[in-house]
Design a protein around this ligand. Structure first.
Ligand code: TXE
Length: 497
């Protein structure tokens, strides 16, 4: 056991009363309507949070709008970048506090919280900071003929889109919010973030650090509350110009529909999927198992880009599943604040119940549960990492996103069939192909329907590489230069002289 001691600042923070963060100050919210934050490793309440009502929603949207038209519009691109860089510094300076809060609320192993919610978040902010001074339009050659010797000239601007509403899931309560916030602020937008009701605390602390970093009041606001009520009201609000959402496919579709109906508000939807990882027969069994663990079991499989469908050459299937079972049984499952923990609990009770019902479904359908497939004893929402051997592509677990530590396996014999198996899904967020034959991989990659295809790797995201879903896995791209299109409105200017 390497269980770490909670920092005094974490204990003090948890004891505070929690609500919202609007226009540079903590706002208590509706004290008669609260919800509890549950530690998924123990099932016990960590804190209570006051719901955001119409009053908080209005205050936050007005503050973001005033900051957009006033102070942030007057802030130079260079200073916007400096603000993001200073926030990155403060995330790192306060990193242990943030990582502990994230692990307590989400069940994420502490090493991952340190690496991703703190370390990677700082890297993403610095990447976006660099873009703030490089957002430009273009000069265009007008194509019309000149009739009387007149001349034409044209160019484009990229105007910031306005107030962005960011709706955040529970799996990376800091990092995914930083993706939205960094993109919005670099482009000159202001933002109102609604964290998941399961992980509402970390962003309240990040907002305080943003103030310390010199980000003007009103530029970043946090409103806590339920999705159906607070989330929808934020999207409905007349000051909302754009919605950026990460979460499940059904909720993403409702969010997208509402945003369209409320005046064609722009949307970026980064949704889930049923991502495939395919191993070609030149890989060794050990290489395949290493790849499967990387692709499917990190952070209890609660990563939208993680693989859930695994395609293995028939000749290797038994050996792969035997070695994978051995590796899973050696995995250290435990308390997220223990530094040696490799796998923690599922993030919340609803998700735990969903995973248990999927185990049941697999049994009813006669899929073979090779390893795991059950809850683990003790308090908290722990389940065994699980291997399921599917009968066919029709098994529920080959089709429905589990978002849990469950790999579902199907064998194949020829590589032509493999491509159609990989594409036999309405989703297309990510996919991976594992082979030492790069020439073959390069020929197969264009035929794989996914927003990102990894070769000999899976789940790794990079701020320089666009990320987002094809097919039903989303609309729009985060990162690279691609995000700029989604946070700015292209304005054309044409003149005759
Ligand atoms: O996600 P939701 P939930 C999957 C995972 C999980 C399931 C449900 O399988 O078991 O989704 O989890 C807000 N208008 N993923 O319920 O509903 C909500 O408050 C506006 C995959 O947590 O997608 C939260 O802030 N907002 C996923 C956010 O949307 C609404 C990550 C995400 O909630 C809303 C998380 C509404 N009508 C869960 N309803 C991924 N692929 O990354 C909810 N919200």
């Amino acid at each position: 056991m390497n269980e770490i001691n909670l920092l005094a600042s974490v204990t003090t923070f948890l004891q505070r009363s929690h609500g919202h963060y609007i226009n540079g100050v903590a706002v208590p919210g509706q004290e008669n309507e609260t919800f509890s934050v549950i530690n998924p490793a123990s099932g016990e309440a960590l804190a209570t949070v006051n719901q955001g009502g119409e009053s908080e929603i209005n205050q936050a949207m007005q503050a973001a709008s005033a900051a957009f038209h006033g102070v942030w519009a007057q802030t130079s691109p260079a200073e916007r970048g400096n603000c993001l860089n200073r926030l990155a510094d403060l995330l790192q300076k306060n990193g242990e506090e943030l990582a502990q809060l994230e692990s307590l609320c989400s069940g994420k192993p502490i090493q991952l919280s340190r690496m991703l919610d703190v370390g990677a978040s700082a890297d993403y902010l610095r990447y976006f900071a660099g873009w703030s001074t490089k957002i430009t339009g273009e000069t265009l050659n007008v194509s019309l003929p000149s009739l009387k010797g007149e001349k034409y000239s044209a160019f484009t601007y990229r105007d910031p889109i306005g107030v962005v509403v960011g709706i955040i899931p529970w799996n990376f309560s800091i990092m995914i919010a930083i993706w939205k916030l960094g993109a919005a602020l670099a482009c000159g937008c202001t933002i109102v973030l609604k964290p998941s009701e399961y992980t509402p605390l970390t962003l309240l602390r990040v907002a305080e650090l943003a103030k310390e970093a010199g980000i003007p009041d009103g530029v970043i606001n946090i409103v806590n509350g339920s999705g159906a009520r607070t989330g929808s009201s934020l999207i409905n609000h007349p000051q909302c110009a754009k919605v950026t959402f990460t979460g499940s496919v059904p909720t993403g579709i409702s969010v997208g529909k509402l945003a369209l109906e409320q005046g064609l508000k722009r949307t970026t939807l980064e949704l889930g999927g049923k991502n495939a990882a395919a191993f070609l027969s030149d890989m060794t069994v050990e290489q395949m198992v290493d790849g499967i663990l990387e692709a499917g079991y990190l952070y209890q499989g609660q990563i939208c880009a993680a693989a859930e469908r695994f395609y293995i050459p028939s000749v290797h299937m038994d050996a792969v599943l035997t070695l994978l079972s051995e590796r899973l049984s050696a995995m250290k499952i435990g308390y997220p604040l223990d530094e040696s923990t490799e796998m923690g609990p599922l993030a919340n009770k609803a998700h735990y119940q969903k995973i248990l019902s999927l185990f049941e479904k697999a049994r009813q359908e006669g899929s073979e549960i090779v390893y795991g497939g059950h809850a683990l004893e003790g308090p908290g929402f722990f389940v065994a990492p699980t291997i399921i051997k599917a009968k066919s592509v029709e098994d529920t677990l080959m089709k429905e996103e589990t978002f849990g530590p469950i790999g579902t396996f199907l064998s194949y014999d020829d590589e032509e069939t493999l491509i159609s198996l990989m594409n036999a899904t309405p989703f297309g967020l990510s996919a991976s192909l594992w082979t030492n034959n790069l020439s073959k991989a390069m020929r197969m990659t264009p035929r794989i329907e996914a927003g990102i295809v990894w070769i000999n790797m899976h789940t790794f995201l990079d701020p320089a590489v666009p990320f987002g879903g094809s097919k039903s896995s989303g609309i729009g791209r985060e990162f690279g230069s691609a995000f700029i299109e989604h946070y700015t409105e292209l304005k054309s200017v044409m003149m005759r002289y």
